[in-house]
Design a protein around this ligand. Structure first.
Ligand SMILES: [Ca+2]
Length: 313
């Protein structure tokens, strides 16, 4: 029944939206959500993920705790954007029962589930790629059992959002991103930072047509996005709202959401003083390597908007 999917994420606000989009979609069968350190500490990421699934009445979807730092041990978080808990620091949320968290490690769950469903799992990675890099170090064949890997991360124009040159997910664990891009053998589609910024949703639509959807999921999205909406609209003075992970999930659910794509060889800068974590795309084939990823350049924002609206009903 539907596309089998594993979601690997660092549940902040964007991830929460993408998870809701997947677990409420008729054609998607989410087999696991695997958590990784990123937007928040790993324990908050696990708690946030369980909270999102609880809100959707999908607590039966198993949640796995993954890597607690990047491969090198460096930890960067995005609490100025996503709040101290990663989910907007909403005061009135009830406590979440953490005993629902699975005991198996996220990377081992990915290995086990891809053995159970070889060639059937669509993987959507929306955080640092640490869990996937660890999985391939344990089991070198893991990637050949994945149907397709969608990654929200990296950048194609060298414009950073975390350092001057690097996007958050790749900058948090550059080594992991480099391992995944160069060693994973499944087809990879990357939704980079610039593609996410190529379109967006008007504040009028967000405030009048989306977050005022009066359902438990609608109220949840309204509450967790209160701080980030203020940050984007008033502090950053952005004219449009966007949710990178939701865009990536929309592409994974419906490939026609990607309206412009290009195959390219891509890797990750590991040594640069200013550019560590930047995705390097060899557009002019200077390295003579075959393409290893399909990069999404633009997306159909109305289709994403329809998915965002529909998931709150
Ligand atoms: Ca994320």
């Amino acid at each position: 029944m539907g596309t089998k999917m594993i979601i690997d994420c660092d549940t902040g606000i964007d991830d929460a939206q993408a998870i809701i989009m997947a677990v409420t979609h008729d054609n998607i069968d989410v087999k696991a959500v695997t958590c990784v350190n990123g937007n928040a500490s790993i324990d908050n990421v696990c708690r946030n993920t369980l909270r999102v699934l609880h809100t959707c009445q999908k607590s039966q979807v198993p949640v796995y705790k993954g890597c607690i730092t990047s491969l090198t041990g460096e930890v960067l978080m995005a609490q100025h954007v996503h709040g101290g808990d990663g989910l907007g620091d909403v005061k009135h949320f009830p406590e979440i029962d953490m005993t629902n968290l699975q005991k198996e490690h996220a990377s081992l769950a990915i290995i086990r589930l891809t053995n159970q469903y070889p060639g059937e799992i669509t993987m959507v990675a929306m955080g640092p790629l640490t869990n996937l890099a660890v999985a391939i170090r344990i089991d070198p064949d893991v990637s050949s059992r994945i149907k397709r890997l969608f990654i929200m991360g990296g950048n194609i124009e060298g414009k950073g959002n975390t350092s001057p040159a690097a996007e958050f997910n790749f900058r948090v664990d550059p080594e992991a991103a480099c391992i995944v891009l160069n060693e994973f053998r499944c087809p990879i589609t990357i939704i980079p930072w610039e593609a996410c910024l190529s379109a967006g949703f008007t504040w009028d639509w967000v405030e009048q047509k989306w977050i005022n959807t009066d359902t438990p999921k609608g109220n949840f999205i309204r509450d967790i996005t209160a701080t980030i909406r203020n940050f984007y609209k008033n502090d950053m003075r952005r004219s449009l709202y966007t949710s990178c992970d939701a865009v990536a999930m929309a592409v994974a659910i419906d490939y026609s959401v990607a309206t412009d794509t290009q195959d390219v060889y891509a890797t990750v800068e590991l040594a640069g003083t200013y550019t560590k974590g930047q995705m390097i795309c060899d557009w002019r084939k200077k390295l003579g390597k075959p393409p290893n990823v399909c990069v999404v350049l633009k997306y159909h924002h109305e289709k994403v908007q329809d998915l965002l609206k529909g998931m709150l009903m």
